[in-house]
Design a protein around this ligand. Sequence first.
Ligand code: FES
Length: 95
Amino acid sequence: MPRAKVTFEDIGVTVDVPAGTRLIEVSERVGAGIVYGCREGECCTCLTRIIDGYGNLAAPSVLEDQVLKDNLAPRHHRLACQAQVLGGEVVVEPG
Ligand code: FES
């Protein structure tokens, strides 16, 4: 199975995960500071800044896109409970 690397800038940790893993799952596992609420892409609590490797995440769903717009999310921010890592390297920090 393809794998990907995720780095959490806030705690300086890099982890190797299977492709398809959502950012929030990795964050929980390593104790990074991404907080969350609904985990269903609705509350925007888990807003996360993608510092590098934005293109290595699956494209946002229509719902995620809408929630990001409704909450005036800056460019290159994603919902950690929705964003799946596809491969390569991704660097993030709580948004
Ligand atoms: S936890 Fe609610 S949108 Fe991610």
